[in-house]
Design a protein around this ligand. Sequence first.
Ligand code: NAD
Length: 256
Amino acid sequence: MLKGKTALVTGSTSGIGLGIAVALARQGANVMLNGFGDPAPARDQVAACGGKVGYHGADMSKPAEIEAMVRACAAEFGGVDILVNNAGIQHVANIEDFPVERWDAIIAINLSSAFHTTRMALPGMKARNWGRVLNVASVHGLVASAQKSAYVAAKHGIVGFTKAAALECATTGITHNAICPGWVLTPLVQKQVDARATQLGISNDEAKRQLLAEKQPSLQFTTPEQLGELAVFLCSPAADNVRGVAWAMDGGWTAQ
Ligand code: NAD
C-alpha cells in the first residue's frame, strides 16, 4: 500500500517509533530512522520488512539538526511523504522541584521538534499534494497526571498543533492526526515501573500491575505493534478524511 512512499519516523531506535517504522516498512514504505543509541538493531529489523532504510542521528531538541535530517531524507529518498513525530522523553517531579533544564528539554523534544519537522516537510508534501503527519501524543494530551507537568503541557500542545495543522491543510491531500497511547511497555515506561518497584519495595511484576490498575481499565499494555497498525490505517486511503483527530489507544484510560 505504501510502496514508493518515504516515512521519516523520529525516535525510532526503540519502542513505539520502531513499532511504527516496522509496520510502515511492511507496507512497502522506505523508512528514515532517527534516535539515540546504536541504530543497527532497528535498522536490521526494518530492513527485514523490505523497502530501503536510512538513519539520521539528529538531536530533536536542536532545530538546525532537525533541518539537516529532513534535508538528508529528501536527498536520499526524494522527499518525506509520511512524517511520524514520535521522539519523546519523560521526567516525573512536582512543579516546585522540576529541573528547569528538564522542562525545556521536554518542551523542545516532545513539542517544538514537531513544529520544525512539519514546517520542513510541508512544502514537498504540498508540491505532491499528498502527505500524512502522525504526531505521537499520549493520553496525557487529553487528560493530566500529577508530577508530569512538562509532559502533559507538551502533549496537550501537540494535540492543539495537530488540529491547527489539519485545518491549514484541510483542502489538500495532506492529513495531520495525533495518536494517544495509554501505557505501552517501552524503555520510557520501564523506568517508571523500576522507580515504583524501588520506592515501594515491590517486585517488577507487582509494579506493572499497580501501574495498569491505577489508570488503564483493560489491565493490558498497548503494544508498539498495535500502534503500528493504527499508523498504517491513518496512512491508508480509508483515512483520507480523518483530519485533526486525537485517537486514543489506551485500554479505556480516557473513557473514565
Ligand atoms: P522510548 O524511550 O522507547 O523511545 C523514545 C525514542 O526517542 C528513542 O528512539 C530515543 O532515542 C528517542 N529520543 C529521545 N530523545 C531524543 C532526542 N533528543 N533526539 C532524537 N531522538 C530522541 O519511548 P516510547 O515509549 O517508545 O516513546 C515514544 C513516544 O511515545 C514518545 O513521544 C512518548 O511520549 C509517547 N508515548 C509513550 C507512551 C508509553 O507508555 N510508552 C504512552 C504514550 C505516549
